[in-house]
Design a protein around this ligand. Structure first.
Ligand SMILES: Nc1nc2c(ncn2[C@@H]2O[C@H](COP(=O)(O)OP(=O)(O)OP(=O)(O)O)[C@@H](O)[C@H]2O)c(=O)[nH]1
Ligand SMILES: [Mg+2]
Length: 519
């Protein structure tokens, strides 16, 4: 379980609070502190943070017209950012020598390959040098990795003196970034540290990085200090941030020593390495969508076609290109890192539709859908959609919103069955969103604000959230559309169903949100 889950739960609970008073704030701070402690963050830091948040977000200090929940979350964000921002490190893209050192099994060899790929992708050739002379098969492991990513490899099989290997590599390979992998060791093993000092003197690296696994939590700072004292390090790379509950402890402990965090490892795959960016990390950690970053990433991937605005339509359009980015990353940037991995791991082709659904849902209501999706029976959802597609949805093939006969019982029964099946998974609002995604030419989405508006509409009977209520809503939409009562835009390529939804959304959902903020 990753460290952020508890934190995001605390935030979700705060977001869902009906009123925000002193009691709510105290309770949030308690939840927040508990989450940090479970992430192995130092007790003194946890205490200090709690105190600061209590001061800065005290109810009297929250400006009028600002949502209290968002204000408190912003204070939390800023406090955490102030700890982490100084640990950022910008790696220069140039020819250099990098030495990786660290504890056994911390991820040095994997990280060496990830770094080689990182630089290679940025236009600079890299060579992986095996200076691990103690671990059996270290040579073979690095050799295989270098083949996998197609970078040069240098090693001398059965050579026991790592300094000799380094010397040869430096002599032979002069035009590339050299990345030296070394044997695992603790900072407290004197003899092994002596050997490392010798190796470092021969290499004269431009950058020496200590590779630490997030699993060790706050102990990270002791290792960092000791390694720094003995051999001197330029920064730390924290691996396994994906799988460890203690990542927060490791990060904050390192940041507090004043050391830099050069990269973080976020998975076993070769491309799962990121330059440590405090903003990006915190957005993901706290479940705050980092749309800016997502837009940048999508733009990066979507060349040469520019994506000017990120919305539902461009989202679907760019799904294909975003695929390269990794869906897990996209969800994270949307503030939804808790989406079950299975969603992402299902076969590519098959998943397209579900991806669209989930992406859409997750952009629509973060907190709510994070909750739903983390408690979601994916297999069952998949089966349900497949069944609907063969039966009730197939009924609508070739039909459109304008031409369906809503007085026909067969039509309305099919609508109700689809609606009921989907409500089971994503409730009444989500159900219509999924229906729209599956049959965009037929169904119109609604939400609570839209329902409320049309409930009082003079020309209809009761509109409620029941299946009949949705059929009534569809009838009303069709009637209003046929009477020309929707001042629909003539946006190029915009379908009628989408245009009606845009109209309803802008008129009833958005304006009602604005009104609530003012109150
Ligand atoms: N989940 C996850 N696993 C990682 C990450 N980095 C490395 N690993 C895994 O950690 C294990 C150990 O990685 P290695 O790269 O062999 O570690 P090492 O420090 O070279 O180990 P020694 O050479 O034995 O000291 C492997 O199974 C890697 O796949 C990461 O960021 N996330
Ligand atoms: Mg190794």
């Amino acid at each position: 379980m990753d460290f952020g889950i508890e934190l995001r739960r605390a935030i979700m609970k705060l977001r869902g609070a009906k009123v925000v008073d002193k009691k709510t704030l105290d309770e949030f701070i308690k939840d927040f502190q508990k989450a940090l402690l479970s992430g192995d963050v130092e007790t003194s830091l946890v205490y200090e943070l709690g105190k600061k948040i209590k001061e800065k977000a005290s109810i009297e200090k929250i400006p009028k017209n600002v949502d209290e929940r968002e204000f408190i979350i912003k204070v939390v964000y800023d406090e955490l950012y102030s700890i982490l921002k100084n640990a950022e490190y910008q790696p220069e893209i140039r020819k250099k020598k990098i030495l990786l050192v660290g504890l056994y099994g911390s991820g040095k060899t994997t990280t060496a390959a990830k770094l080689a790929k990182y630089y290679q992708d940025r236009g600079i050739g890299a060579c992986l040098v095996c200076c691990d002379t103690s671990r059996p098969a270290a040579f073979e492991q690095l050799l295989q990795l270098s083949k996998k990513i197609n970078v040069e490899f240098f090693g001398i099989e059965n050579e026991k003196d790592s300094s000799k290997i380094a010397e040869e590599a430096i002599k032979k390979i002069t035009k590339k970034i050299l990345i030296f992998d070394s044997s695992g060791r603790s900072a407290f093993e004197k003899e092994l540290i002596e050997e490392l000092i010798k190796l470092k003197n021969i290499i004269q690296p431009d950058e020496t990085f200590l590779v630490l696994s997030a699993d060790i939590g706050q102990i990270a700072s002791k290792q960092a200090q000791e390694f720094n004292k003995n051999i001197g390090i330029d920064g730390v790379i924290i691996t396994k941030m994906d799988g460890s509950a203690k990542g927060g402890g490791a990060l904050s402990a390192i940041a507090r020593t004043g050391a830099k965090i050069a990269f973080i490892g976020t998975g076993e795959a070769i491309n799962e390495l990121e330059v440590f960016d405090a903003n990006a990390y915190l957005s993901r950690l706290l479940g705050i969508p980092n749309i800016q970053l997502l837009v940048e990433k999508v733009k990066e991937q979507a060349q040469p076609k520019e994506i000017e605005e990120l919305n539902f339509d461009t989202f679907l359009e760019s799904l294909k290109t975003m695929k390269n980015l990794g869906l897990m990353k996209i969800f994270s940037m949307l503030g939804n890192p808790d989406i079950p991995r299975e969603f992402v791991d299902l076969g590519e082709e098959k998943m397209k539709k579900y991806e669209a659904i989930i992406l859409f849902l997750s952009t629509w209501d973060f907190a709510y859908f994070r909750y739903i999706l983390t408690n979601f029976d994916i297999e069952n959802f998949k089966k349900t959609i497949e069944k609907l597609e063969k039966e009730q949805l197939a009924f609508f093939n070739g039909k459109t919103f304008e031409n369906i006969d809503l007085e026909d019982n067969v039509v309305t029964e099919n609508i109700k069955e689809i609606y009921i099946a989907l409500c089971h998974f994503v409730k009444h609002v989500g159900a219509t969103k999924v229906m729209y995604l599956l049959k965009p030419e037929v169904f119109i989405m609604w939400d609570t604000k839209i329902i409320n508006h049309y409930r009082t509409y003079k020309t209809v009977g009761k509109i409620d959230k029941s299946p009949e209520g949705y059929v009534n809503f569809m009838k009303l939409m069709q009637k209003l559309y046929k009477n020309g009562e929707f001042p629909l835009s003539n946006k190029e390529n915009e379908s009628i169903t989408r245009a009606i939804d845009r109209y309803n959304f802008e008129k009833y959902t958005v304006s009602s949100n604005k009104k609530n903020k003012k109150d």
